[in-house]
Design a protein. Structure first.
Length: 557
């Protein structure tokens, strides 16, 4: 299968219009990257990134695809559908050149859909030209004919509308590709007809020499298949002449190979060898492995047929070497394609997930809006009845507030009353303790005045009084204090769970605003001991560096 001539239709999108005559890759890329840094509008960025992608397409296809996809992202952000369609075309072209035909077709069809929505005839013609070339690559020649014929009619109609007598240069590509389609369908008459139209048009358009040479080569091949050797050789030699004038050594090598094949088919091995060797030298100079592989294969066949075994072995080994090299290169390209396809599929999955999220979010927003409208409608119809209930509600609120205030006052009075009762009880206990202590002290002081047989009984009574003083008073106090301040100990535990029972008891006494003397009386501790205990307590509840009083702090718990 011969190389399909579709480069013109690809380059017309952005690169030809914006970057005529590329020159050296480095200089062009430096210029484009500088323009990209200074670009302010997304449309400019898309055009420049597409140009960068076009430059890289000649020597680094993965990078070319990377910049083409970046251009597509900017086009999507720009909200410019025409720009977006051209960006899809650029990605499609790059995918095509990497052999990613399925990805290429997807972007072409997306571009076609947008151009059709915009009624952009030129854009539609461009996409259909490329889709025709893509179907040629897929060996779907009938489908290719349909796309190419539709593109041809659109370009010719555009030329008529503009009043141009010469069709635009993409038509050269279409004529050539239609010739390829018909040639592969073995309709050689139609193939020669379209190749001839392409040659005629290419001669009238500027800068079409390379395309003209390819057309001559293609029509020469068709003449050879149709059994017209004279016409075949004339066109092949014309292609060689053009390529020689252009200093296109790769093209020259391809032409010499084609002419060699022609002479080989005519059993003219001398002429065939002459042309094959000229082509071999040129292909070796430019490093074209595909041409070298094709030529060495034919050289092996000639030397084998003429029983020149040494030369046959030499070129057979060379052919195997170049074939292996081509196979390795193809394997590497296939691995690259598989990697890119895998990355693309992963991106598609991510995009699909993002799209589902967006759809769900939009659905949620839509549902929320619908519900909001319904609610607003209901509120509108219920507004009158709500207004009537407002006054009644306000009155109820006012009454509830007054009741709550009365309840709060009642609770406050009740708490004050209970505090007074508790304080009275504590004071009573203090007085009781003082009385018991006084009685015990008097008994102790007069023990010696009693008879010896009564002194033991007196000591037992004193001990019983002391035990009663220590145990009963705290149990009763704690029970009654908990009834009044049921959450006090829980809050103390939150502040510091490591407080000892004596420290918790001291906090309770202070909560009742009892003085150090009163606490001493009820606990039997010295005033000094209680002052020390208060100081230690302040540290435990983090009041050491605070101006707040201990009683004030505990009253707020």
């Amino acid at each position: 299968m011969r190389f399909f001539f579709i480069r013109i239709s690809f380059s017309l999108l952005f690169a030809i219009g914006l970057f005529p005559g590329f020159g050296q890759h480095t200089e062009v890329l430096d210029s484009l990257f500088f323009k990209l840094e200074t670009a302010r509008e997304d449309s400019s960025r898309v055009s420049i990134l597409t140009g960068i992608s076009h430059v890289y397409s000649s020597f680094d296809l993965p990078l070319s695809l990377q910049y083409a996809e970046e251009a597509l992202k900017f086009a999507q952000n720009a909200k410019n559908r025409s720009l977006l369609a051209h960006a899809h075309m650029s990605v499609g072209n790059t995918c095509f050149m990497q052999g990613l035909l399925e990805m290429s077709a997807k972007h072409y069809h997306e571009a076609l859909r947008i151009f059709e929505d915009l009624h952009n005839t030129g854009g539609i013609a461009q996409v259909k030209t490329n889709l025709g070339g893509l179907h040629l690559q897929l060996y779907k020649f009938e489908e290719a004919k349909v796309f190419l014929n539709e593109a041809l009619q659109l370009f010719l109609a555009i030329a008529r509308e503009k009043g141009d007598t010469i069709p635009p240069y993409p038509v050269v590509s279409i004529y050539n590709n239609l010739g390829i389609a018909f040639e592969n369908l073995e309709d050689y008459n139609k193939a020669i007809e379209f190749y001839s139209r392409g040659i005629s048009l290419a001669k009238r358009l500027p800068s079409q020499e390379k395309n003209l040479a390819m057309l001559h080569n293609n029509i020469g091949s068709t003449y050879m298949k149709r059994g017209q050797p004279t016409e075949a050789l004339e066109n092949m030699k014309e292609a060689l002449r053009i390529r020689t004038e252009l200093f296109d050594k790769t093209g020259e090598a391809a032409s010499y190979r084609m002419i060699g094949i022609f002479y080989f088919s005519q059993d003219n091995y001398t002429k065939a060898l002459e042309n094959f060797k000229l082509g071999f030298d040129l292909a070796n100079e430019v490093g074209s492995t595909p041409i070298l592989s094709g030529i060495t294969e034919k050289l092996f066949e000639i030397y084998h047929l003429t029983n020149q075994t040494d030369s046959a072995l030499k070129y057979h080994l060379l052919f195997k070497e170049y074939a292996d090299k081509l196979k390795n290169e193809e394997t590497l390209r296939e691995l690259t394609r598989l990697e890119i396809v895998s990355q693309y599929q992963e991106k598609e999955k991510i995009q699909a997930m993002e799209q589902r999220r967006r759809t769900l979010r939009h659905l949620l927003i839509s549902s929320t809006l619908v519900l909001s409208v319904i609610i607003l409608g209901l509120l509108y119809f219920l507004s009158q009845s709500r207004l009537r209930r407002v006054n009644l509600m306000n009155k109820n609120i006012q009454l509830a507030s007054e009741n709550a205030e009365l309840e709060r006052e009642g609770l406050t009075r009740e708490l004050e009353l209970k505090n007074k009762e508790l304080t009275t009880s504590v004071i009573y206990q203090i007085r009781k303790n003082e009385l018991i202590s006084s009685i015990a002290e008097k008994l102790m002081a007069n023990t010696q005045n009693f008879r010896k047989e009564n002194q033991i009984l007196i000591n037992e009574i004193i001990k019983d009084l002391e035990n009663t003083q220590r145990d009963n008073i705290w149990q009763e106090f704690e029970s009654r204090f908990h009834q009044v301040h049921n959450q006090f100990y829980d809050r103390l535990n939150e502040i510091n769970p490591e407080l000892s029972p004596n420290e918790r008891r001291l906090c309770a006494f202070l909560r009742l605003n009892m003085s150090t003397k009163e606490i001493s009386a009820i606990t039997g501790q010295s005033l000094r001991s209680i002052d020390v205990a208060r100081t230690r307590l302040r540290k435990k509840i983090n009041l050491t560096n605070s101006d707040q009083g201990l009683i004030e702090y505990l009253s707020g718990i």
